[in-house]
Design a protein around this ligand. Sequence first.
Ligand code: FNR
Length: 388
Amino acid sequence: MPNFKQIHNAEDLRRAAARYLPKPVFDFIDGGAEDEVALRNNRAVFERVRFRPRTMADVSSRSLATTLLGQPSAAPIAIAPMGGLSNFAPAAELAMARACAAAGIPYCLSTAAGISIEDLRAAVPDARLWYQLYVFKDDRVNEGIVRRAQAAGYEALMVTTDTHVGPKRERDRRNGFTLTLERTPRNVARVLARPRWVWDVLIRAGLPSMPNLTPYAPEVVDSLSATKYFIENRRYAFDYDHLRAVRKLWNGKLLVKGVLRPDEAVRIMECGGDGVVLSNHGGRNLESSAAPLEMLPEVVDAVGRKMHVLIDSGFRRGTDVVKALALGAEGVLMGRPAAFAAAAGGEAGVAHLIGLMKDEIDRTLGYLGCTAIDQIERDHVLIDHGFP
Ligand code: FNR
């Protein structure tokens, strides 16, 4: 467990996680596609947005309380869906969900999670939970997953559409890391640098690591693992007809994650979508993809307040979050920082991260002359020429 007194920001947590994780696992979380231009730009873009603070104000008492997808949230942040984490920390999802519940913010479970929809709900009965869906070729599997999420009281369904093609993440290729890596002793030894992790993985070898697939896909039980089923049976297609079909199944908020274009956001709204998550998957898929922050003003102009607009990719600071809110986002999802926090410090690590983010958002709010989230306006930022 790291010394939290010395962990002052998300980057400190990343460095702490690098000490706990074997290099291939760290790289799987940390890395991006190809030359990692999209990954770097996701961060660089925040430097092109700067604040225009109001100073003549009484900001002695401030609140971060807001609404996300129409329900109260203690802060305008949530944790993004991340799959594959069970490969390094079986309890990562649980740690993240518990920390979110305690902090009063939503948590989004991935289809590729290592804990089942129902087990997570049972562990955090009062939490705000969202579910991220990767669709499968067999619609019975999709339907089964959606119905289970509904029955377990997940309030939003997020269909991810930016992963229709397998990504080219070169760090993973160099490290020999894949999610379907058969956990033979030889592979384990090749991939994992540190002996304690070899034992850790060996102990867990053979367990299906994506339990959400098993009950509705009997063939999974006989296959090598649910992870293999996940990779081999995904449908790499999701269009507006599919969206209309999911809309009929799902009663809660329905969002599409991975959108970057205003025309798509409008069309999603017309097909019954309640919102979009602007995302380039944290720079992990399409190399040289625009940063979601760059596309935010255009999307907000196109859909106005008629849709929930969430955003992720590259958010590491409270100031980053406030910039997105000023440009019209309702809330921000955090990916890697939460994974690193869970790896370095479990639930306490994630709680620490959320605390740091809340503190920085609160501080920024005060500097801008605001006492509440809904006072953050477009007028509070200036953006460099070249920003669309
Ligand atoms: C992801 N992401 C992701 N997205 C999704 O819709 N389903 C998933 O299963 C996963 N899995 C996943 C695993 C790991 C290790 C990472 C780092 C990311 C993408 C994630 O939801 C989010 O869009 C990005 O992580 C946001 O960018 P930052 O905050 O990581 O920069």
